[in-house]
Ligand binder design. Structure first.
Ligand code: ZN
Length: 245
């Protein structure tokens, strides 16, 4: 099976459409959606509808939970809170029900998906080796796909070992995931990259060849920014898209 891996779409429809075009051209068999479909961006309903139409698995992110009143907004900064309140207001009943139905964790053949960390599926961050080890200790499949930080990263450790090592995860550079190791991988954010690269990020994984590739795709950033401004959302949410921050 070939999988497309999407995380942190964040209501950014131009970014999502650009990534979907690539996935369709690749002819993936299934798509894994790692949460934060909404929040920050101006098209939460359209993004929910596109995710609902995909064959594959999807889990909830903290912004999906916040949009349906199931995550405490005091954890959010002012812009995130304003966006969450706006999103909650504009969501259709169908999309609200869809977001409310998403699980914290989902399992596939040899992998699991969570938004944050296997140790704290919806809200936990994997930012360093310590958090990666903590996450891997709670992993129940050899591979775990995560999002949440909006920064691509990957960690590996041989089965039965305590410590893990970071992997060099460069866009467009294929990486073979070895059967004797377990992996924790973040391919980056579709709709709000924060690694200084404004291009939309997604992953491709083939579970027969075990080849992973994280890719970057240009999209119409100006259009996404215009939609954020037209919706009356905080202007920083538009500006940051150009910087990838
Ligand atoms: Zn996010």
């Amino acid at each position: 099976m070939r999988y497309g891996i999407l995380a942190d779409i964040h209501g950014n429809l131009p970014a999502m459409e650009a990534v979907m075009e690539h996935l369709e051209a690749e002819g993936v068999d299934a798509t894994l959606c790692l949460g934060d479909i909404v929040g920050y961006g101006a098209d939460p309903n359209a993004c929910c509808e596109r995710v609902r139409a995909l064959a594959g698995l999807c889990v909830a992110g903290n912004h999906d939970r916040a949009a349906v009143g199931a995550f405490d907004l005091h954890w959010f900064n002012a812009q995130a809170r304003a966006a969450a309140e706006w999103t909650a207001h504009v969501l259709t009943p169908e999309n609200r029900a869809f977001l409310a139905s998403l699980p914290d964790v989902a399992f596939g053949n040899g992998f699991q998906i969570v938004h944050g960390s296997p140790a704290d599926p919806v809200a936990g961050y994997i930012l360093d080796l310590f958090e990666a080890v903590e996450g891997m200790d709670c992993q129940r499949r050899p591979i775990c796909w995560v999002g949440h930080t909006h920064v691509p990263c990957a960690f590996a450790r041989p089965h039965g070992h305590r410590l893990c090592a970071p992997l060099d995860l460069r866009p467009g550079q294929p990486l073979v995931l070895r059967a004797e190791c377990e992996y924790l991988v973040n391919c980056g954010a579709v709709g709000q990259p924060r690694d200084g690269n404004p291009l939309a990020a997604y992953g491709l994984y083939d579970d027969e060849t075990r080849v992973l590739e994280c890719r970057r795709v240009p999209y119409d950033v100006a259009e996404a920014q215009a939609r954020i401004r037209a919706a009356g959302l905080p202007s920083w949410l538009a500006e940051r898209l150009a910087w990838g921050r």
